[in-house]
Design a protein around this ligand. Structure first.
Ligand SMILES: Nc1ncnc2c1ncn2[C@@H]1O[C@H](COP(=O)(O)OP(=O)(O)OP(=O)(O)O)[C@@H](O)[C@H]1O
Length: 388
């Protein structure tokens, strides 16, 4: 194991934990969503040190004995055990709640259906939107808490109009705002992100200072219920028989080869096409569920100047972008460098995103998140082309 040189732990008394109690901290209950990872462990420890009445809750999200669970995934048995150990170490009560049913229906099945319909889903957004900020938030209220705190790296700020705003995390390498775009204003009024102003190294330094059992725990990566990134296997398990072989077709109409199922392809993908023989560097340009075809072409064929998003969650000024449009920067996937755009109303919960310059790899099913600098204005789901 490599030993990282951590910065000094920040001064806890000076940290803005984003909780302004109207009563003394000891009489102010805060529920912390504890995944068993280092971030939520530190969140709980910080709030406990500051004297709040902290209750830790870990959600069991899927059967950790099942083949789809990864040994070190966020909600596998070991993580529940880790969360329990951390709660004991900092002296707070800890509960495990079983949300397997909702997680299966609201996250895993939607994830599978999205792939089967030729899209590239983002299940972490659905998880935040449903099990975390709907079900767990309700559980926290029922426990008499004034807030639900998580270990997400985002910031919550109060806008000039007094409303809660969502901002990128201060550490650009850890910012998780892309995955939280669907958070509503009402949810933002109740959730808290005490780590939003910290870097990951500062969090680790705090974990060491508190001597938490999770201080050196590895980062959880990827999608918690997908072992080793093999998402196709999970889709096949959830939707057996839903994938079938089909043609890989060039944008000029030439059939170049066969594929083993559209679920293996994402717009913008270059590797794994396995169509040899062609000198061109080809990319997946479109995934067509209706014809069961994967359309490929040169990089130029990937460029898009506009696209539509659905289920817009708007948390910027006013109630939604109007016909004149709102200037912003957009991210079409988490690792995307923000691009300048104008977002216009397109009727019932929909919007049109018009980019200043064409971008590559606009994949249906992915989230498109809209920003004004570091502030999240909202976002929606990228809609498939009419041709697909
Ligand atoms: N199974 C779970 N039970 C309770 N809370 C959870 C669970 N999974 C995630 N969370 C909450 O959501 C936050 C973000 O989850 P994510 O999966 O992105 O983990 P992370 O950024 O690696 O954080 P951590 O180090 O706390 O696992 C966590 O910090 C935690 O507050």
């Amino acid at each position: 194991m490599t030993t990282a040189v951590l910065p000094d732990a920040p001064d806890v008394a000076a940290l803005d934990l984003d909780i302004a109690p109207s009563r003394p901290p000891a009489e102010t209950r805060v529920v912390v969503a504890m995944s068993g990872g280092v971030d939520s462990s530190v969140t709980a420890a910080l709030l406990a040190e500051r004297g709040y009445d902290v209750v830790g809750i870990t959600m069991q999200l899927y059967d950790h004995g099942a083949a789809i669970a990864r040994a070190n995934a966020c909600c596998a048995g070991k993580d529940i055990h880790d969360a329990r150990r951390v709660a004991a170490a900092i002296g707070i009560p800890h509960y495990v709640v079983d949300y397997e049913g909702t997680f299966l229906g609201d996250v895993m099945e939607k994830f599978a259906d999205s792939y089967v319909s030729g899209e590239t889903p983002v299940p972490c957004v659905l998880c935040n939107q449903t099990v975390k900020f709907r079900d767990l938030l309700t559980a926290a209220r029922d426990l008499g808490a004034v807030a639900l705190a998580t270990g997400h790296y985002v910031r919550r700020q109060r806008g000039a109009d007094g409303r809660s705003e969502l901002w990128r995390g201060a550490d650009p390498a850890k910012d998780q705002s892309y995955f939280l775009f669907a958070t509503t204003r009402e949810q933002l009024d109740f959730v808290r992100f005490p780590l939003g102003g910290l870097s990951k190294d500062q969090t680790r330094a705090l974990a060491h200072r508190y001597a938490l059992p999770t201080a050196d725990k590895a980062e959880s990566q990827d999608i918690c219920f997908v072992p080793d990134g093999d998402y196709a296997r999970v889709v096949e398990k959830l939707r057996p028989g839903a994938t079938r072989p089909g043609d890989i077709v060039h944008v000029d109409g030439t059939v170049l080869g066969r594929h083993e199922g559209i679920i293996h392809y994402t717009v913008g993908q270059r590797r794994g096409l396995d169509i040899g023989g062609t000198a061109d560097r080809l990319y997946v340009v479109r995934v067509e569920a209706t014809t069961n075809r994967v359309i490929v072409g040169p990089r130029e064929a990937l460029g898009r100047e506009s696209f539509r998003i659905r289920d817009l969650n708007w948390i910027g000024e006013g109630t939604a972008p109007d016909a004149a449009g709102v200037r912003c920067v957009v991210k079409i996937r988490n690792s995307f460098r923000p691009a300048a755009a104008t977002v216009l109303s397109a009727g019932e919960g929909a919007a049109e995103v018009r980019l200043d310059e064409p971008v590559h790899g606009v994949a249906p099913g992915q989230a498109c998140v809209l920003y004004d600098g570091d502030r999240v204005l909202g976002g929606g789901w990228i809609v498939r082309d009419r041709t697909a």
